[in-house]
Design a binder for this molecule. Structure first.
Ligand SMILES: [Zn+2]
Length: 306
């Protein structure tokens, strides 16, 4: 009898404890839920959202983004979110296709490239595989516009916290302004302005902003292998420019960059376009601004800046 009664009391306590946890869980689950595609959007969105909204990155850490196609469960996640933010049609051609098949009047969908002038295929006099350059976040002026667009989206989705989103966005944009100033200053005086990249053409916006002459082995996305002629031309360029390094990109084996650097007799440095990060970086709390500071350090070393 005593044991039974004890068990009953225990069971009751369990139910009570579970019931008591509910109020603490409830407010969390009522927070707006945003799904964003790439790492820059993820980092911008979590800076804007703070504790007031959940932000989920669609791309699994470590995945190369240009060949990405969402899985059925990714699509379901987008469908049930309050807010879906993508970089733009040039980066995620699948986004508009999904949205057409899955209209949801409750969900706000935002194209983060809104109000940003995309660079075209031959805007710098070279061909890069056609279409528009999707890497808009690598111009920190564009990045600030994207943060503004993201803040507007959260404000619209969750009006009662509008002021907080606005303040968070303004704080974050001040950090981007400071980053831009560091780049302006850090890249002002360099032995060469030729940026030779053994990866895909991701740094066109960054190069334009800081007046660098950018040459990449691949087009806007990392598709077909560069021809021997391209490799030879890049190697010649490295030698003639006096560049101290060839740059390689994140998340793919740098064999092209390695070949050019080896041929030209210079070192290899990473330039991270931040489309996505590795699982370890994500777990370690990597940030967009942190990655860009690392890039600046490498750029200054590779271009011989004062
Ligand atoms: Zn890219």
């Amino acid at each position: 009898m005593g044991i039974k009664k004890g068990a009953l009391v225990f069971a009751f306590l369990l139910i009570f404890a579970t019931a008591c946890q509910r109020p603490a869980i409830q407010p969390q689950s009522t927070r707006p839920r945003a799904v964003v595609t790439l790492f820059p959007l993820y980092d911008f969105a979590r800076a804007v959202a703070g504790d007031h909204a959940e932000v989920k990155m669609l791309l699994p850490p470590g995945m190369e983004p240009h060949g990405y196609e969402p899985s059925p469960s990714d699509v379901a996640g987008i469908e049930s979110a309050n807010l879906f933010i993508y970089t733009g049609a040039a980066m995620e051609p699948w986004a508009e296709r999904i949205l057409k098949c899955a209209p949801n009047l409750q969900r706000l969908t935002v194209d983060a490239s809104k109000g940003i002038q995309l660079m075209g295929d031959v805007d710098d006099g070279h061909r890069h595989g056609g279409g528009w350059d999707p890497h808009i976040w690598l111009d920190f002026g564009n990045a600030q516009k994207m943060v503004g667009t993201i803040a507007d989206a959260f404000m619209q989705t969750d009006a009662k916290n509008a002021q907080l989103y606005k303040e968070n966005a303004s704080t974050y944009n001040k950090q981007l302004e400071a980053l831009d100033a560091e780049y302006q200053k850090g890249l002002a005086q360099c032995a060469t302005r030729e940026l030779i990249h053994g990866g895909h053409y991701a740094f066109g916006y960054l190069a334009r902003r800081y007046r660098l002459d950018y040459h990449a082995a691949y087009g806007f996305s990392p598709e077909a292998e560069p021809s021997p002629n391209t490799m030879m031309a890049l190697t010649k360029r490295v030698k003639a420019s006096g560049a101290k390094a060839v740059f390689y990109e994140e998340l793919v084996l740098p064999k092209t960059a390695q070949a050019i650097a080896g041929e030209a007799g210079v070192k290899l440095l990473q330039l991270n376009a931040a489309h996505n990060v590795t699982r370890e970086q994500m777990a370690g709390g990597v940030t967009f601004i942190g990655l860009m500071r690392e890039n600046l350090k490498n750029l200054r070393a590779g271009l011989g800046c004062e």
